[in-house]
Design a protein around this ligand. Sequence first.
Ligand code: NDP
Ligand code: VSD
Length: 361
Amino acid sequence: MRVGFMEIESQLFSTYFLCFVSKKVRMPLSLVDHILKLTPYSGMVGQLHPWQSALISLAVVLVATVTAQVIYRRATRPPFRPAGKLCLITGGSTGLGKALAVSMAASGADVVIVARRQAELAVAVKEIEAKKLNASQIVLAVSADVTSKTDIVRIFDETKAKMNRDPDYVFACAGASFPKMFLDHTMEDFEFLSNLNYLGQAYIAHQAAKRMVESKIKDGKIVFVSSVLGLMSFAGWSTYSPTKYAVRGLADTLRNELQRYTINVHIFFPGTIFTPGFEIENQTKPHVTKVIEGASEGQTPEECARSLTKGLEAGYYAITTDFLTELLRTVGRGVGPTNGFFSDWILSSVGWASHFTWTTL
Ligand SMILES: NC(=O)C1=CN([C@@H]2O[C@H](COP(=O)(O)OP(=O)(O)OC[C@H]3O[C@@H](n4cnc5c(N)ncnc54)[C@H](OP(=O)(O)O)[C@@H]3O)[C@@H](O)[C@H]2O)C=CC1
Ligand SMILES: CCCCCCCCCCCCCCCC(=O)[C@@H](N)CO
């Protein structure tokens, strides 16, 4: 007789439990017994205490599930191999963008950094050059404003003219924030940040995707930079958080739509990063905002860039930097892919339970 997996499991968790409680009925064979029968230890069949066999069965199921998850992820993850690639990084002159540019150069990539201020770009180019793996790698700076549509096209034209190819990987790091209470903001503040943080990333992604398709780039990457504030929000972030939620809407769309061109889309959700931008935002940040943010430890730009590259190496679509953001990611995943069907299921259960704590904040 063929015994199905589910039958064995239901035997284990229902009939078996009843037998155990009543202690009157003869114990049927458990999953472990069935396995033991096939091994040299068949003499132990029927000898195990019900709790022992239940626990061993659970452990077997757990190990099998985790193994299946690891095998599945490895088989399906998009490759991330920066060596020899052309990486274009907006906001690459300071903060997260610069740390990422240094890390890409250290991994053997050619790098194009984009920002407005020439002086900062020049300093960054020197720093990035110093970390190159090979002398032949090229580091280029393009001064441009990501909120300008003509500049966006020029960024890619200049890159093509000077590097003779289109970018393989594009990281949209340029962004800013100046938190205030909602009533203290002007309408222009909303317009300014939507233009920079949302449209700045949408325009870059649009031009990047067009060029990648034209140049038939295989396994191209577009990496969006959202924030913890793209998964949750609180007092002080009315102009900023919605732009980071918007980025996620775009990333979710493009992850699905650009698959046919083998362009891999990723989205990054960092917490506090100690950057020049963080210094600036703290000048206007309301007291209440600072108090709530006390819960977040923060990272150096280098640590943050490492969190991102680790996530890309693992092939994750949505990449976070700490445990709390992991919980937020799994409870708010929508129809996006998991970072592991089993571990995400466990995390989202924890996140769902934690929600009761969050709602009291
Ligand atoms: N710092 C933090 O705590 C967190 C930051 N983030 C996000 O990470 C990203 C990087 O932040 P961070 O490193 O702190 O920022 P920084 O302020 O340190 O750096 C911003 C970079 O973007 C460039 N930039 C700004 N405006 C424009 C523009 N209009 N056109 C082109 N380039 C521009 C800046 O150069 P220039 O001014 O010369 O143009 C600079 O290179 C942002 O998207 C931010 O929202 C997310 C979570 C936390
Ligand atoms: C039980 C736990 C509940 C959670 C409580 C809230 C935790 C606060 C952590 C939020 C940190 C804010 C990061 C801001 C990042 C950012 O994008 C800005 N710095 C802009 O640059």
